[in-house]
Design a binder for this molecule. Structure first.
Ligand SMILES: [Zn+2]
Length: 341
């Protein structure tokens, strides 16, 4: 990528109201059968178009074909019973009714590869594709089979690697694994979390990224953040291991957070997707606010390794807010590009 400070998003973008209920997580589809297939593809085209209009450099599908960033992937796997549900605490934070692992997990056929190929056909820009990370997957399930978080994580890592290799073959430039759980289960991250992530990217030649955030702007996350104090040092726990890992890029929450920017120093050498857009507020950042966050990050990451990004996905936001935030990200980045030129 020759462009300085290439912009991208963490992943999800709002869906059109004719496809799914707006501003809702796990929003049910409004279409069925072939109409749903067409509708998802049309929404993907729209989402791509909005990213392009906003001047985003590394584009994605906006997760238009998925109901949720974790569960949609799991739905396609054998060994998980979606009828058999249990209530678990996700990321030690909020209760959710989740499916149950009832047998050996496996992937009979590709999950997102056709969607990725469709996106690839629509643009020559670099494309990024998000998959859930192994630790975040196990945290969104009830396990009645392996009875071991680590064992199940290794199984998912193996499955994710199969999917990732096919996404790479479909022309995806960056494969990103979403691991918000890395900000919560520090002992597990260091014992086997980063190792399972490396298993998931084994053998890939495309670029690989891990996204670690403080979650969507939903109430449970906002309440949790209030308990974290004035300095959020969670990244400090996983960064040393990530710095030594084979992952190429790390996607972080920075803007409006209480994350001390100097923690980025701990992953020196990695490419850093700096979150310069807050997804927990409807207020649209000014370009100058975005530029300020990027300038602060530039103290700890070399300019050729800085990728301006959003803090997290924007699926729960109103469309016009997400659109405004994408434009602010581009405009703020342009200010800093000119300063660096
Ligand atoms: Zn996130």
């Amino acid at each position: 990528m020759k462009r300085l400070l290439p912009t991208s998003t963490a992943g999800s973008l709002p869906k059109p109201s004719w496809l799914a209920e707006p501003e809702t997580l796990w929003s049910p589809w409004k279409l069925q059968g072939d109409e749903l297939i067409d509708g998802k593809q049309d929404a993907l085209r729209l989402s791509l178009h909005e990213q392009q209009l906003a001047g985003i450099d590394i584009v994605s599908d906006g997760e238009q074909t998925r109901q949720h960033f974790v569960t949609t992937f799991i739905e396609h796997l054998d060994g998980v019973d979606f009828e058999k549900r249990e209530t678990v605490k996700i990321r030690d934070r909020y209760d959710a009714s989740v499916p149950t692992v009832v047998g050996a997990v496996s992937r009979q056929k590709p999950v997102f590869v056709d969607d990725a190929r469709f996106l690839r056909e629509q643009t020559r820009q670099p494309i990024k594709w998000a998959l859930p990370g192994p630790m975040t997957m196990i945290d969104t399930l009830y396990d009645a089979h392996y009875k071991s978080r680590e064992k199940l994580a290794w199984e998912f890592a193996r499955i994710l690697n199969q999917e990732a290799r096919e996404l790479e073959a479909a022309g995806v430039d960056i494969i990103q694994f979403d691991e918000p759980a890395f900000n919560v289960f520090f002992d597990e991250v260091n014992d086997w979390g980063v190792a399972t992530l490396e298993k998931a990217i084994e053998g890939l030649k495309c670029e690989t990224a891990v996204h670690i955030c403080y979650g969507y702007g939903i109430q449970a996350n906002t309440d949790w953040k209030k308990t974290l104090g004035s300095e959020w040092r969670q990244y400090e726990e996983a960064f040393p291991k990530l710095q030594a890992s084979s992952i190429d890029m790390v996607s972080l929450e920075c803007h409006n957070s209480h994350v001390p920017m100097d923690l980025i120093e701990l992953i020196r050498g990695k490419k850093v997707m700096v979150g310069a857009i807050d997804v927990a507020t409807h207020t649209i950042e000014s370009p100058e606010e975005v530029a300020n966050t990027l300038r602060q990050a530039l103290q700890f990451v070399d300019a050729d390794k800085l990728y301006p990004c959003t803090n997290c996905g924007m699926a729960p936001l109103p469309r016009q807010v997400a659109r405004g935030k994408l434009r602010a990200l581009s405009a703020g980045t342009e200010i800093v590009r000119n300063e660096l030129a």
